[in-house]
Design a protein around this ligand. Structure first.
Ligand code: SAM
Length: 222
């Protein structure tokens, strides 16, 4: 198996991976608590439904999200992808106990190692704002989603990235970042629908929601 599907040294150099401070924040118990106790329940209320499904998590980091998708949301199988080989190693260790229910791979959210319509759901926990050409990651998520499948997202907006704290301590691409409305608009332009409107949180710093790829006649929604 090609363990670096879609990634090269150039891809990784062009990407803005997490610096040490962000890695420490993402790897922290408060981040795991936030995901478990706030983001998942909110996304459930917005319509996220993945039990028994084939799920792709882009930018899995150290694997806490995938763990929750398997344990809390009952995903049948999770393909967890991250551009950073160090993160993939950590996620593999964390997720080893799930055996064949999980596959963790180095990969680029803009070039996923999956066939068209292979996934019942794609989950984005705070990743697409790291991608320089972020619309390519949206297009790619839609490509691998099956009709009726869900794109479940929690994203960080331009509003947050322009804050002094983000600019001083963290590293992100600086041009063409999105507002909450622009992110939702990009999903709609890709043909997704949003049965329940996305919500913004913390003065517009975050946008969370569930977008659905329209089902064809023979395939119902999730
Ligand atoms: C802010 S962290 C989020 C980690 C985790 N999803 C969470 O919510 O705690 C962003 C992650 O996305 C990864 N990443 C950045 N660009 C990526 C890309 N183009 N494709 C896949 N992963 C990417 C980074 O390596 C990092 O692990």
């Amino acid at each position: 198996m090609d363990d670096n599907f879609g990634t090269t040294e150039d891809t990784r150099e062009a990407a803005v991976l997490m610096n040490r401070i962000e890695t420490a924040l993402v790897d922290s118990p408060p981040r795991a608590w936030l995901q478990r106790s706030y983001e998942l329940p909110l996304l459930e209320r917005l319509g996220a439904r993945i039990p028994g499904r084939r799920v792709v998590e882009i930018g899995c980091g150290r694997g806490v999200g995938a763990e929750l998708l398997l344990e809390r949301w009952g995903a049948a199988h999770v393909t967890a992808i991250d551009l950073d080989p160090a993160m993939v190693e950590r996620a593999r260790r964390r997720l080893a106990r799930f055996g064949s229910r999980v596959e963790v791979r180095v990969g680029d959210a803009c070039e996923l190692p999956l066939d068209d319509a292979a996934a019942d759901a794609v989950v984005d926990f705070a990743v697409i704002h790291h991608v320089p050409v972020w619309r390519d990651a949206v297009t790619e998520a839609v490509r691998v989603l099956r009709p009726g499948g869900q794109l479940v997202f929690e994203e960080v907006t331009r509003h947050a990235l322009q804050r002094w704290s983000y600019r001083t301590f963290l590293e992100h691409p600086e041009v063409d970042r999105f507002s909450s409305d622009e992110f939702v608009e990009a999903l709609l332009e890709e043909g997704l629908t949003m049965p329940v409107p996305a919500v913004t949180r913390f003065f517009g710093d975050f946008v969370l929601g569930v977008a659905v790829k329209p089902a064809t006649a023979n395939q119902g929604p999730l």
